[in-house]
Design a binder for this molecule. Structure first.
Ligand SMILES: NC(=O)C1=CN([C@@H]2O[C@H](COP(=O)(O)OP(=O)(O)OC[C@H]3O[C@@H](n4cnc5c(N)ncnc54)[C@H](O)[C@@H]3O)[C@@H](O)[C@H]2O)C=CC1
Ligand SMILES: N[C@@H](CC=O)C(=O)O
Length: 353
């Protein structure tokens, strides 16, 4: 049985949900997965930072109602979030990056990943910024340091689209994809269909933990644009940057547009897609589309996401599942740690006492 020491960077919805899972599921993971997780450090812009080489009690961490700078009151704690020192010096095997996604340059998360990989620590992240903007560099850094850079939760939350496509569909020749890749905007469109106004629907998505720290990223399509870049680069071998992908969101759709679509037996959906063109170039786009009710994506509701991968050998292969949510996304982090564990890297795991 292995123990993985982990450092949590960001302690918002997703990393807090991971800590909740650790508090209750470690015995099950020991039995079923062959490891348990031990939180040795946490750093959060609002709460401060704390290092405890022997491990912090996950239950206490999630149940204590810390105020701003509250980690300063813990043994080994500080009211400041010293991410760099925590990432470089905490005795962690794995750094779990779940700070906010910066759709412009990916920072400071790109730096967090660099510091961790250069320190010989694995990185698992749900943050779309570093993956969309710096995946090539970070994968090369991981390889150079014999560690992993894993990011399943960066697209479709805990629904395993990246691993499914790369591992299980290897050889099927993916030529393009089309999907609903943002839980918040899909949830908002559904609530507007039910008669709620746009602002109230966005507020509900925020309360449910689906939305980005700035929900503009969800409703203007910037979040889907990052996911289109990630999937196009991963699955189609593209080298797209966010600015290469045409992007329109849902904010201009009015309640009357949505009602009119319903009368025409159709629904508005925010669709992200990419395709390999005949000349080998790859084009991505994000745009609201009015889909007939019979369209496979028209029935995808709430924060559920779905993506249809167009393959040469199988035709379309469609995967659907949670696209947002705290626990759902924490599961993606667990799945990344399982992938690291299963790769049997010998240098990072500690035998249980
Ligand atoms: N919530 C979801 O359904 C999903 C979220 N993600 C991504 O996962 C990441 C985390 O999401 P949530 O936990 O929902 O966000 P959140 O907004 O609830 O939490 C982010 C936390 O990071 C902290 N933070 C921000 N900047 C920081 C910095 N420079 N240093 C240290 N801490 C910092 C904030 O104080 C906050 O506690 C985001 O990048 C998000 O895009 C990905 C898939 C789904
Ligand atoms: N805000 C995002 C969270 C997951 O990436 C969404 O709503 O899909």
């Amino acid at each position: 049985m292995k123990i993985y020491n982990i450092a949590l960077i960001g302690f918002g919805g997703v990393n807090r949900a991971l800590a909740e899972l650790i508090a209750t599921k470690n015995p099950l993971w020991e039995q079923d997965l062959g490891f348990r997780l031990n939180i040795v450090a946490v750093s959060d812009l609002y709460l401060g930072s704390v290092i405890s080489p022997n491990g912090l009690d996950a239950k206490t961490l999630v149940e204590a109602n810390f105020a701003k700078g509250g980690f300063g009151g813990l043994s080994g704690g500080s009211a400041e979030a010293d991410n760099e020192a925590i990432i470089k010096t905490a005795p962690a095997d794995i750094v779990v990056e779940a700070t906010f996604t910066n759709p412009t340059d990916g920072e400071p998360a790109v730096s967090h990943c660099r510091w961790a990989l250069n320190s010989g620590k694995h990185v698992v992240t749900t943050n779309k910024g570093p993956v969309a903007i710096a995946a090539r560099e970070l994968k090369a850094l991981a390889e150079a340091n014999s560690v992993h850079f894993e990011y399943e939760g960066s697209v479709m939350s805990g629904t395993p689209v990246i691993r499914m496509a790369e591992k299980t569909l290897a050889g099927a020749e993916i030529k393009g994809f089309e999907g609903i890749l943002n839980g918040t905007s899909n949830f908002v469109l559904g609530r507007m269909e039910q008669g709620l106004d746009f602002a109230s629907a966005v507020a509900e998505a925020q309360a449910l933990g689906y939305a980005e720290a700035d929900p503009t990223a969800d409703v203007e399509g910037f979040d889907v644009r990052l996911k289109v870049v990630i999937l196009a680069n991963e699955l189609l071998g593209a080298n797209l940057k966010p600015e290469d992908v045409a992007c329109n969101g849902i904010s201009k759709l009015s309640t009357s547009d949505i009602r009119a679509a319903a009368k025409a037996e159709s629904r508005w959906k925010l669709v992200g897609s990419a395709v390999r063109n005949a000349d080998g170039t790859i084009t991505g786009s994000v745009a609201p589309k009015q889909l007939a009710l019979g369209h496979p994506l028209a029935g995808v509701n709430g924060a559920t996401n779905a993506v249809s991968l167009n393959t040469e050998l199988l035709g379309p292969v469609t995967l659907s599942g949670p696209g947002a949510g705290r626990v759902e996304t924490a599961f993606a982090l667990l799945s990344d740690i399982v992938a690291i564990h299963n790769a049997h890297s010998p240098n990072f795991a500690k035998e249980a006492a």
